[in-house]
Design a protein. Sequence first.
Length: 208
Amino acid sequence: MKNIVVLVSGGGTNLQALIDAQHRGELGNGRITCVIASKADAYALERAKKNGIRTVTLVRRDYPDVAAYSEAMTRLLQDEKADLVVYAGFMTILDEQVCSAFPYKMINVHPALIPSFCGKGFYGLHVHEAALEKGVKLSGATVHFVTEECDGGPIILQKAVEVKSGDTPETLQKRIMEEAEWKILPKAVQLFCDDKIEVVDGKAYILE
Ligand code: GAR
């Protein structure tokens, strides 16, 4: 069984989707062993506790800089014997030492179709504000491997979602979560845990 460690910062609806998938037996050869939050008041922690999943809080401002925080996170993930690290609404910056310790073993869900509306500053509602500002008719979600390049790692799964007239950042966020994120994140985790993803020349391929 692969140990899945989930990193969270907020409401944790993507964590919930993973927990629900686990209850349905849809995480393949993996199980969620620990949830790590960057904020002590993250509601995601309650979701984990309700489901008997161990939680750890690693608060960014308890560390002097990104390097010290990243070192503590790397050590924690190693202690947890993480086989897969899932960023599920994790909003705190980590540096390259974490990526080098877990090469192609960390995945992130991003609420847009990468390479649109991604990179530094594009997180949470800001992503949907930018999509509405541009007037795109389709947006969606992407699950990708985490590398040193922000939102630039190999793309595993994507799903498009319609933008409707009258959408606000909040309504678009909700539709993208319901129709895309909560589906493709558990699916990508299942594929990873069943060894069905291969990365060749910086591109991810799903093995049939
Ligand atoms: C989700 O929409 C997730 O894709 C996004 O934050 C939200 C977290 O919601 N993540 C990012 O923007 C990361 N760049 P949740 O806490 O309810 O899962």
